[in-house]
Design a protein around this ligand. Structure first.
Ligand SMILES: CCCCCCCC(=O)SCCNC(=O)CCNC(=O)[C@H](O)C(C)(C)COP(=O)(O)OP(=O)(O)OC[C@H]1O[C@@H](n2cnc3c(N)ncnc32)[C@H](O)[C@@H]1OP(=O)(O)O
Length: 231
């Protein structure tokens, strides 16, 4: 393992969501949950125009306050600060799909048990695609992240090369969804993982992911990323 992937998988050692490793992440998880609720409320409220304008002004004021605080742009900046844990912990907080402190992430919980991986997730109204059901792009994103975690059992974690999702039936919103995956093959730099997503015991989608460990190593991806974080 290199610098980027070292320690990445500790948060997935058990079914319990790994607790925040500092008061900073604890506070940020609380804020992230509030923003998730805000997102849910935003898409569902039919408040008056005046109420919406007032809410906008309040959120805009909060944005100005946070914009004036010290900021770190991207996971690598957090890593370099040396104050926010190792990469695995930072990724566990900020990842776009699995991050506990990222309100974009739907609250995906994942854990490994030998060669098998398990997970749960619940997608609220903000994830609606077809009426009452989860947007297919988010189903794919959940699989990408989940299979990406499951591949570590192969010992050569890499980037998603190919992800194939088969949508068998619509995946319901506001329902506990269960994920499971297993390693199909791990050879050289390539790891093949397959998984399924269930709602109420029924499989709604299956997926297969081929992960490729970059020839230049995962740390080289970090070098390529310099300048991408919008500073
Ligand atoms: C531990 C971290 C967890 C990460 C979870 C990941 C979640 C993500 O969303 S990752 C983001 C999405 N993915 C990406 O952005 C990846 C972008 N692509 C790349 O960076 C590169 O193309 C990468 C790393 C996939 C392969 O590059 P490189 O190492 O140069 O591959 P290369 O040496 O040419 O090929 C190695 C082998 O893999 C195969 N391969 C390469 N790319 C792919 C691909 N996209 N699909 C299938 N097979 C591929 C090649 O055919 C070759 O096979 P063989 O050895 O049998 O000839």
């Amino acid at each position: 393992m290199d610098e980027l992937t070292a320690g990445l998988f500790n948060p997935f050692a058990s079914e319990e969501v790994a607790p925040p490793n500092s008061s900073h992440w604890e506070a940020k998880r609380r804020l992230a949950e509030a923003v998730r609720q805000l997102n849910d409320l935003l898409v569902s409220t039919v408040a008056s125009d005046a109420e919406l304008a007032q809410a906008s002004a309040q959120v805009e004021a909060l944005n100005r306050t946070l914009a004036d605080t010290p900021r770190l742009h991207g996971t690598l900046a957090y890593l370099k600060s040396g104050e926010h844990g190792h990469y695995g912990e930072i990724n566990h907080e900020l990842n776009a799909v699995g991050g506990q402190s990222n309100p974009l992430a739907p609250g995906l919980n994942m854990w490994l048990d030998g060669n098998r991986a398990y997970g749960t997730v619940r997608c609220g109204l903000a994830y609606e695609g077809p009426p009452g059901f989860v947007h297919g792009g988010f189903v794919a994103a959940i699989f990408d992240q989940f299979l990406g975690m499951a591949q570590v059992a192969g010992g050569q974690p890499g980037m998603t090369g190919t992800l194939t999702v088969r949508y068998l039936r619509p995946t319901p919103l506001n329902t506990e969804l269960k994920l499971s995956a297993q390693l199909s093959r791990a050879e050289d730099r390539k790891t093949l993982v397959s998984g399924e997503l269930r709602a109420g015991g029924e499989i709604t989608a299956t997926a297969e992911g081929l992960f490729v460990r970059p020839s230049r190593g995962m740390a080289a991806m970090a070098e390529m990323a310099v300048g991408n974080s919008g500073q």
